[in-house]
Design a protein around this ligand. Structure first.
Ligand SMILES: [Zn+2]
Length: 452
């Protein structure tokens, strides 16, 4: 008998953790559950950083021997991560280090870049870290795969990763063969993005597998904006060309397509794109990835903004030693502001006291508002800062998620026997909108065992 259990991602966006049990066991994704954590925690006053607290509240699935501070054993084979958004992988930090973590190579590098540049969450629970003494340390047992690989290490379960297009590179769907039948899992997917052919590849492979079950995301089943990356490029280009002052831009750190869009526009207008140190470090970690073919950090159209800080972190030292000539500070931005497009989030607003944006400056928000898969942007606080400096806000964003019609078409094409919609706040709407194609749409319940 084979079972599927959903621990997270049910009636909510993110936190996906799908347990598949055959003679062996695997998880598909093991994401941080922002929605549930927000019910009980508020950083920095009360932090979701202990497995005991998260288990008590049902935020982490209760399985003996799974977690770092649990002395028992567990026969979990592996965790397969669909893509490097925190709501799909971040809770692996609570797992015992020996469980293998399968993900794409680019995904692994993005996760590592974040961990090396991020703050440790405290005692244990580390995915990777960088210290002056030991350099780069990776605690988890990453097993990177590529499209075309089939993972047969957990027989009778076989997992075939197939690339998909999403708002972060290194995104995959999975086709999982078990002794009881076939499961296809979309991860997060869009069909209107710059690399839509990758999503088409997944749909084709999933169709060929004739799956018994399709687990598919429905983030935007209830509302969707129709905008492509090309349209974002055009709109951003127009705003920048009309601006006589400093251009500030905010978008998700891992959204490499958006980063490339801004780079292209800025370069074509003879300006320079100022990246944050963290963004620069991610580009540095991805610099040899042939699939991404990213710009170089010593490119004349790029500079790296360094905040005034007391301490320089290890990752910042790497950037300083490799690209020192391309680093600028607040005084440089103040002087050169008409030539610069600076990537800046709410957390960079204190720098404005020294940058002093001139009249005619603008802010371009290029991520979903107010919810971003990585964090909740304090939108009101950002607007207050901008109002203080007389800076209007423009929005230009193409989503990482499929539109309602794209989802319907994909399901019709794949033709599974049964569909479980997850990663959506509105599964009932999903069920009604898709009802006319004659495929059984079952709304999953958290923690329930589904046999097949
Ligand atoms: Zn995602």
């Amino acid at each position: 008998m084979v079972t599927i259990t959903f621990h997270g991602g049910v009636n909510e966006i993110g936190g996906n953790k799908i347990l598949i049990e055959d003679k062996t066991k695997i998880f598909l994704d093991f994401g941080k559950n922002f929605a549930k954590e927000k019910m009980y925690f508020e950083e920095p006053f009360i932090k979701a950083r202990e497995e005991a607290h998260l288990l008590e509240l049902g935020i982490l699935p209760c399985m003996k021997g799974l977690y770092e501070k649990d002395e028992g054993c567990c026969d979990l084979g592996a965790v397969f991560i669909s893509h490097p958004h925190t709501d799909h992988y971040d809770s692996i930090r609570f797992l015992k280090d020996h469980f293998p973590i399968y993900c794409g190579e680019t995904a692994m590098n993005i996760i590592l870049a974040r961990e090396f540049a991020g703050q440790s969450i405290g005692e244990g629970y580390t995915i990777a870290k960088m210290t002056q003494k030991n350099g780069k340390e990776i605690m988890k047992d990453f097993k990177p795969f590529r499209t075309g690989d089939i993972v047969r290490d957990f027989s009778p379960i076989e997992v075939t990763p197939v690339h998909v297009d999403h708002s972060i590179p290194g995104a995959y769907g999975f086709i999982v063969e078990t002794s009881g039948g076939t499961i296809a899992y979309s991860g997060d997917i869009r069909m209107h993005g710059a690399k839509k052919s990758m999503s088409a590849d997944f749909i084709k492979k999933a169709k060929e597998a004739e799956p018994d079950v399709l687990i598919i995301e429905g983030t935007h089943i209830d509302s969707s904006k129709i905008e492509s990356e090309d349209e974002v490029k055009e709109k951003v280009g127009k705003v920048i060309s009309q601006t006589t002052g400093l251009v500030l831009a905010g978008f998700a750190g891992g959204d490499i397509d958006r980063l490339r869009t801004f780079y292209d526009v800025v370069k074509s207008q003879g300006k320079r794109l100022a990246l944050s140190m963290k963004q620069a470090f991610m580009v540095h970690m991805l610099k040899d990835d042939p699939k991404l073919n990213l710009f170089k950090l010593n490119d004349p159209s790029i500079c790296i903004f360094k905040k005034k800080k007391k301490q320089t972190r290890e990752y910042e030292k790497i950037i300083e030693s490799n690209y020192g000539n391309n680093i600028i500070d607040a005084q440089d931005v103040n002087r050169l502001q008409k030539e610069i497009v600076m990537v800046a989030s709410l957390y960079d607003m204190t720098e404005m006291t020294e940058i002093r944006p001139v009249t005619g400056s603008v802010y371009i928000l290029s991520s979903s508002e107010p919810f971003d898969e990585e964090m909740e942007i304090s939108f009101d606080k950002l607007l207050n800062w901008l109002a203080h400096y007389g800076i209007p806000l423009y929005q230009a964003h193409a989503s990482g998620h499929a539109t309602p019609h794209e989802l319907k078409k994909a399901i019709e094409e794949i033709k599974p026997k049964k569909v479980f919609p997850i990663h959506t706040n509105r599964p009932e709407l999903f069920q009604r909108f898709i009802a006319d194609i004659g495929i059984n749409i079952e709304l999953p319940e958290e923690g329930k065992l589904y046999k097949f």
